[in-house]
Design a protein around this ligand. Structure first.
Ligand code: BG6
Length: 479
């Protein structure tokens, strides 16, 4: 056991999931089709294919998730047994507005989340809710082009307003767009679709399209923050940044400068959402690239007035970069300049394992944005093996989480960073977002199902379940 630090008394120990990765029930309760409902399974070497519609001969893992839609009472009971004080999930936009552009929300969908939040409160578990977690209504993609279209701002803010009005007495902590900055990897169609509902052609400028969509999301997010505060000043609305610190591979000045520019690029999303304005370097960058973005003075005023209350972030890994001579402008090109960091190991999926990077990140964010933070994802995707007696010995996950938690606790206790809570990914096994696999497991609770949805979906406690229970009971001291 590792000796950790006691966290503040009101620290929100929890676990996280997202609606499309756990709920299943894709066609129940009046739900419409989301982008996740047409994503086939892939694996670490095969990208997920997105269909235009549900095809009868294809397999879509998000159609079943882990059947949380029907199982949530049993699952929440297990979360309570672990001692969780918070549970992060998302509201499936398509349960509330099946197509995204209706005038009236779907009452059955609203009732589902009322019941879910009531069940959590029964055990004094605080819901922490993301509005858009990679599950945009498919209709908004097909009919409007997703967030390439300004109209989608209104559809999102309407959805947000309906949720704030309905649940403001049950949900205090909200986030607008999950991992909004994943789309800096704009060369890959997957994050563009997941983040922004973009489907681009070869003749589009993918980078420019990404900046435009992100801008409309910033406006939508800032409007949502203001709507939430007007409805109920107690509400706290955060952004949600995928934080993956980028290190220079060497002390060569070009490597260091390239790295700084890479960090600026990946995290300008946080600058806009937390500080309420675009950084100067980015305006210069757009001008040099000749990007013509639709950004109005009214948009900028909305962004300024709608800064987030806290920084929600995920932390899984870090990366390292190296300047190359063919890039004299030192422009960030995610992936292209990525190199292996020789000082950190990697998971089976190639993700660098770097607990110290979490403390570094928290200090970086504090210095840059000066807001309270909330770790809303941190976890280890691994192959788990269920023994015949139903046990799962996931000591590798315990080590990963303990090492990371220790660094987060040091950031709080030694460095004075403000941290609202810790919701590791994931409370229970989920369908992986990037690969669609079930076998890339993250949960404290094992779900007996395979990549094809075969299995009885029975829940069993992994060793990490009992470990996390003890962490919570000791308020972070026994890791
Ligand atoms: C984040 C997402 O990217 O990381 C989650 O917010 C996702 O939805 C998690 O599941 C882990 O990534 P993956 O691709 O291994 O599921």
């Amino acid at each position: 056991m590792t000796q950790g630090y006691q966290m503040p008394d009101d620290f929100l120990w929890g676990g996280a999931v997202a609606a499309h990765q756990v709920e299943g029930g894709w066609d129940k309760g009046g739900k419409g089709l989301s982008i996740a409902d047409v994503m086939r399974a892939g694996d670490k070497n095969t990208a997920r294919i997105e269909d235009d519609e549900v095809l009868a001969d294809q397999v879509y893992p998000n159609h079943w998730g882990v059947h949380f839609y029907d199982h949530y009472k049993e699952d929440i009971k297990l979360f309570a047994e672990m001692g969780m004080k918070a549970f992060r999930t998302s509201i499936a936009w398509t349960r509330i507005f099946p197509n995204g552009d209706e005038d009236v929300p779907n009452e059955e969908g609203l009732q589902f989340y009322d019941d879910l939040f009531d069940e959590l409160h029964k055990y004094n578990i605080e819901p922490v809710v993301t509005l858009a977690h990679f599950e945009m209504p498919l209709h908004l993609v097909k009919a409007y082009g997703g967030f390439s279209n300004r109209k989608v701002i209104d559809f999102f803010t309407k959805f947000a307003e309906v949720c704030f009005r309905r649940y403001h007495n049950k949900v205090k902590y909200w986030m607008t767009f999950n991992e909004i900055n994943n789309q800096t990897n704009y060369q890959d169609p997957h994050p563009l679709l997941q983040n922004s509902g973009l489907i681009l052609s070869d003749t589009d400028n993918w980078e420019e399209a990404m900046f435009q969509a992100a801008h409309f999301e910033f406006v939508a997010s800032a409007q949502a923050v203001q709507i939430a505060h007007a409805i109920d000043p107690r509400l706290q609305v955060g952004d949600m940044i995928a934080f993956n610190p980028i290190y220079p591979l060497t002390a060569r000045p070009e490597d260091v400068l390239y790295c700084q520019r890479a960090m600026n690029y990946r995290y300008y999303f946080g600058d806009v959402q937390a500080l309420g304005e675009y950084p100067a370097w980015l305006k210069k960058y757009w001008a040099r690239k000749n990007f013509k973005l639709d950004i109005t003075p009214e948009d900028l005023a909305i962004i300024k007035a709608g800064a987030v209350d806290y920084i929600g972030f995920s932390y899984y890994n870090s990366s390292a970069v190296k300047y190359t001579e063919d890039n004299p402008e030192l422009d960030f090109n995610e992936g292209a300049n990525d190199v292996k960091n020789p000082y950190v190991p990697r998971s089976d999926w190639g993700w660098q394992i770097d607990p110290v990077g979490l403390r570094y990140s928290m200090n970086w964010m504090t210095a840059r944005w000066g807001k309270p933070m909330f770790i809303v994802e941190n976890g280890f995707g691994a192959y788990d093996k269920m023994e015949e007696d139903g046990s799962v010995h996931d000591d590798y996950r315990i080590k990963f989480l303990a090492d990371h938690l220790l660094q987060a606790e040091k950031a709080v206790a030694e460095d004075g960073c403000e941290l609202l809570g810790y919701c590791p990914w994931s409370a229970i096994d989920i369908v992986s977002a990037s690969t669609g696999e079930m076998k890339k497991r993250y949960g404290f609770i094992y779900v007996n199902a395979d990549d094809n949805g075969e299995g009885d979906f029975k829940r069993s406690k992994k060793d990490s379940f009992n470990w996390y229970k003890q962490v919570i009971a000791s308020n972070g001291a026994d890791l």
